[in-house]
Structure formats: structure tokens, C-alpha cells
Design a protein around this ligand. Sequence first.
Ligand code: S5P
Length: 278
Amino acid sequence: MAHRRTYGDRAKVHKNPAARLLLETIERKQSNLAVSVDVVSAKDFLNIIDVVGPFVCLVKTHVDIIEDFTPQLITELQALSAKHDFVIFEDRKFADIGNTVSLQYSSGVHKIASWSHITNAHPVPGPSIIAGLSSVGLPLGRGLLLLAEMSTKGSLATGLYTEAAVEMARENQDFVIGFIAQRRMDGVGKNSTSEEDFLILTPGVGLDVKGDSMGQQYRTPEQVVLESGCDVIIVGRGIYGKDPSLVDSIVSQAKRYQVAGWQAYLERIKGVISDLIL
Ligand code: S5P
């Protein structure tokens, strides 16, 4: 069971370079916190990333919401990734036929595959979506997450759909490195093995509120990492709130979530160590 091992141990044996990079970064920075930077101005986007950079293992982007997007923004994002040592995850949620997603991933204004270490896709089209995305991403050493579950109220990604997503991932472990999900997927579906190591990145994390007015649902880092065995907490508005210029508040929230996520992980590992001793 992967979540019973340390991030560093998992990094040593993972076959996908993007997964290895993420696991090594988590271990090096002692942070399983990802910040989701959902703002519409390039200036706010870069400011927030520069402020939270020291505290995160990963920055999650939605570059299609940025109103003044230019290719220069990507150069600056990459410079911040090098400066602060974080992985980049464009949350593109691909959902089309293989041929179309391969073009959306490689081309257009955003050229996501050229700069984003990790991206994600809805499993709804079936395995062909993985074939399309891996034809572009695998040669570049990228990794893909499948959305096996969602954080929103009334999500349809449950039960047999989730199981089918996990089985699709098992067939493509060179490129599919894990899931966006609310819990570990070990044991889900018929072909589960003890060797598989899927990373679980989990959005819908908040310490102060239980949700928003549009169906988002939040759980705490402890519930997500300790109780549900997830690997990375993804926090958006809980960190930068409504005002991206409040640097002190962003720093203190980022530290707070980093500590909460890491404590929950240490508790998880401690449980394993005491199991071993008993
Ligand atoms: O199930 C999901 C999957 C994702 S990727 N629920 C989510 O909320 N997300 C994303 O995580 C969502 O698109 C947003 O960028 C982020 C959550 O932001 P927050 O402000 O609610 O923390």
C-alpha cells in the first residue's frame, strides 16, 4: 500500500519522471500542499505564486481563465517554478476524443504539454483519451491524472464510473500517475495490486468553511491525508481569499495549510511505524 510508505521511498521506485519529480519535491520541501491559483489577471497570478512558492510542492493553474495571457506568462511561471522548486499542473480536464485532446494538449495558444509537468483528464471518453494525450506527453516525460471522483455535491463520478477510471489507469501506468479523487483507490476494481502506486491529489480542502455557494465541498487536511490516505492537498481560495494583494495573509494561510498537511502525513506514517513495532 503506497500510502504506508514515505514520499521519498516512493520517489525512488516510481517509473514516471513527473511522478518522481512531485514525490521528490514533496519530500525535499516537506510540503504536500498544492495551491490552485484561480485568478484572472497575469499580475495577480504571478504575485500569488511568488508568495506561496516557498510553501508548496505544486502550483495548479487554469491558464484559460487569464484575461491577459501571453506566452511570456509561461516563461515567468517556469522561472518561478525554478526559483521556488515546485511542480506545475495545468488543470485542463481534457474530455474529448484522442485526436482532439492531442491537439489541445500540444497546440493552440497555450501549448500545455510544453510546460506543464502534469495535467488531467476526465475518463468519460474511455481509454482513447489516454492514447491521445500520451502520444504527446509521454515523450516529454509528462504525467496524467484521471478525475476518478470530484469534490462537488451531486458528482456523477462515483461507483462503477470511478472503478472504470481506476482500471483504465492500471492499463496505462507509464503515463497515468494517479487520480484527482477524495480517497485512495487501492483495492478499487478487480485488478488492484499491492505494487501499484497512484498519487492521489485532492481538491475541496478548507480549514474554515465547509463549501461555497456553487456546490464545492471542503474537508480538512486531516480528513484528506490521514483519514482518506490522499497524497496532496489542493487549496485555492482558502489561501488567497478574495484579495490577492494581502501578502501577509496569503503567507500565513499557506504556512497553516502546509503544516496541517504535513502533520497529517506524519501521523499517517507514525501509525505505520507503530504497526510495524507491534
Ligand atoms: O473535483 C474537483 C476537481 C478539481 S481539479 N474539485 C475541484 O475543486 N477541482 C479544482 O480545484 C477546481 O477547478 C479549483 O481550481 C480547485 C479548488 O479551488 P478552491 O478555491 O475551491 O479551493
